[in-house]
Write a protein that binds this ligand. Structure first.
Ligand SMILES: [Fe+2]
Ligand SMILES: [Fe+2]
Length: 380
């Protein structure tokens, strides 16, 4: 490569570099002193000398979350062509067309309700108006949760240390944005009124959003993701809702994020066992318990006992909480029998026939693929 070099004044060049060095020394020293005195200083947790965020590279986390997210990246246009998303590349569209051309006409029809009216007709054939209402109530509960997941993960992105963790959280922010906008379109296609958040969800989501520091990981990646994983685990096998398996896979990755982060930057013993924090964690779980009977009729419409669902959620959430050092005032072994007693007492009082059973042993996720995903998370 040939460049026509331009002439410059070398004396001025030297002077400019000197001025820059002096000003740099002044500004950096001032910022460093202000940071020590906690009266300001550099805002960005960034180390430009090492071209790294504070906390170092943390490549294992980057590989497990950022790289994996991109490998598993899914597009709404491919998974749900009836919705108004145009996010596939030209190459992806060609590949999809090739796949469709090798199917029989019957397979193609089943695979592809290509237009929104066709999808709506399909839903009307498949579900009664009351069933559609029940599905929308359950899905919108997590749909509103996706809005909070988007906001809270954006906050957490600015709390975590290391380049790898920031890359991982950036992918979570992007995935929560996709979950929010795509799920909203799916829910709207049911053509039934979409309920507001119940007050139990409202309290839960607001308190998670207001949590301090890495306690946000407990509220979001343990509690809300645990609920999301369980809802998608139930709904992803319903006709027309197969796309929710993709959501389920993303949420499974989000539940693993704190564990992988704490490997490099563990919570201190005091943060794990502080009685106030333990009590606050339990107080976040309590509104979730009120949510269980509130959804009873809608789950019943789909043939699912809401306490089986609730028990399954609590088991998953408590397992994740303990694994991450987010201890509760009670260990799992003491919490589960208490909750079983509570759930059974409620059922005894409100149902004509009820025999005691351990709801915390229930599993409401279905579908071999989703069960395999959950086995990978919960068997370790
Ligand atoms: Fe999500
Ligand atoms: Fe998530």
């Amino acid at each position: 490569m040939h460049f026509d070099k331009l002439e410059t004044n070398s004396t001025i060049g030297v002077a400019n570099r000197r001025v820059e060095r002096v000003v740099n020394q002044l500004i950096r020293s001032y910022d460093s002193m202000a940071a020590t005195l906690r009266i300001g200083g550099r805002k960005a947790p960034y180390d430009d000398l090492n071209y790294e965020f504070l906390g170092g590279p943390n490549d294992p986390l980057r590989k497990k979350h950022y790289d994996k997210s991109l490998r598993l990246l899914w597009k709404a246009e491919k998974e749900a062509p009836q919705l108004d998303f145009r996010d596939c590349t030209a190459r992806e569209k060609v590949l999809r067309q090739n796949a469709l051309s090798s199917m029989t006409p019957d397979e193609t029809e089943a695979f592809e309700a290509i237009t929104l009216p066709a999808f709506k007709e399909f839903l009307n054939r498949e579900y009664s108006p009351r069933e559609k209402e029940a599905i929308v109530t359950i899905l919108s509960a997590i749909g509103h949760g996706e809005a909070y997941a988007w906001m809270v993960s954006t906050d957490v992105l600015n709390l975590v240390k290391s380049t790898g963790a920031r890359a991982a959280l950036t992918m979570q922010v992007m995935e929560e944005a996709k979950h929010f906008v795509v799920l909203r379109e799916i829910i709207r296609a049911f053509d039934v009124p979409i309920p507001r958040q119940s007050v139990w969800e409202y309290i839960l989501m607001e308190r998670v959003h207001k949590s301090n520091g890495l306690e946000k990981f407990f509220g979001m990646n343990v509690l809300i993701e645990g609920i999301a994983l369980s809802i998608f685990g139930v709904m992803g096998t319903l006709p027309g809702l197969e796309i929710l398996k993709k959501f389920h896979l993303d949420e499974s990755r989000h539940t693993a994020l704190p564990t992988n982060y704490f490997r490099e930057f563990p919570l201190s013993k005091w943060e794990q066992h502080n009685p106030l924090r333990k009590a606050r964690r339990l107080s976040l779980i309590l509104p979730t318990l009120a949510l269980i009977p509130a959804l009873e009729e809608d789950f019943a419409e789909l043939g699912i006992d809401v306490f089986d669902f609730g028990g399954s959620v609590i088991r998953k959430v408590s397992t994740l909480a303990e694994r991450n050092g987010f201890y509760l005032p009670l260990s799992k072994d003491r919490l589960f029998p208490l909750l079983d007693t509570l759930f059974n007492s409620y059922c005894q009082l409100t149902r004509t026939q009820h025999t005691f059973r351990s709801f915390t042993l229930s599993e409401t996720s279905t579908g071999a693929d989703m069960l395999a995903v959950e086995k990978e998370i919960f068997s370790n």
